[in-house]
Design a protein around this ligand. Structure first.
Ligand SMILES: [Zn+2]
Ligand SMILES: [Zn+2]
Length: 220
């Protein structure tokens, strides 16, 4: 009876996960990290580089941390996080995120979910990740940004339309003057949403806006 209740299928392979986690031990090893990060801005790279193509386009954000490649079990994990969070989502996030490099922020905040999407979704993965980092590092979690513009889903748009789509989409909810902020999202594709959020925070007086996303970046 108890076994039935706690029976958990691994998100990676579909077999029973016996480590009381949504991803079994074998599949945990299939979750691949980016081998390098740009020495200047932190953007993931397949080679060791001092500057990268993202350095010049990141005008408002400071350092970025994207530990995992978007492939394998991590893809499913992002999709399922809203459901599994009730049971063991918190533990897997704690396990996946190395918070040693994420110390010293005044506030951990997340990219706001689209308000129409929020109704359909139980959980916004970025919020869970931000709260997980806050609890591990002892920093404060706070909602600093709100969406003011109804934007089209970014994935439906061509690369050049994406920055325009999110332009002016966010507003500040509280005073951020002088704050050192870690802005969190679950996945980063082109980075235009992150850049617009960072612009809003910096223009409102934030001193540092670093960015953390669980996965994203180049898949090469
Ligand atoms: Zn598995
Ligand atoms: Zn760079």
């Amino acid at each position: 009876m108890l076994n039935e209740i706690f029976y958990q299928k691994c998100l990676g392979c579909g077999l029973r996960s016996d480590n009381n986690s949504p991803v079994c031990i074998d599949c945990m090893q299939d979750i691949e990290k980016h081998p390098y990060a740009c020495e200047s801005c932190g953007y993931p790279s397949s080679l060791q580089v001092k500057i990268c193509g993202k350095c010049s386009s990141a005008i408002f954000r400071d350092r970025i941390f994207i530990p995992y490649k978007y492939q394998g079990p991590i893809k499913k994990l992002i999709k399922e996080i809203k459901f599994l969070y009730r049971a063991s989502g918190r533990s897997i996030l704690h396990e996946l995120i190395d918070t040693n490099t994420l110390i010293g922020y005044d506030v951990i905040t997340d990219v706001p979910s689209h308000f129409t999407r929020k109704i359909r979704r139980l959980k916004h993965p970025a919020t869970d990740i931000a709260k997980s980092i806050a609890s591990s590092t002892g920093a404060r979690y706070d909602v600093l940004l709100a969406r003011v513009k109804k934007t089209e889903y970014q994935y439906k748009l061509k690369r050049r339309q994406r920055a325009f789509n999110v332009k002016g989409a966010f507003t500040i909810k509280t005073d951020v003057t002088g704050l050192k902020i870690l802005l969190v999202d679950d996945i980063i594709t082109t980075g235009s949403t992150i850049e617009e959020c960072s612009r809003t925070l910096k223009r409102s007086g934030a001193s540092i806006v670093d960015v953390f996303a669980l996965t994203g970046g180049s898949t090469k």
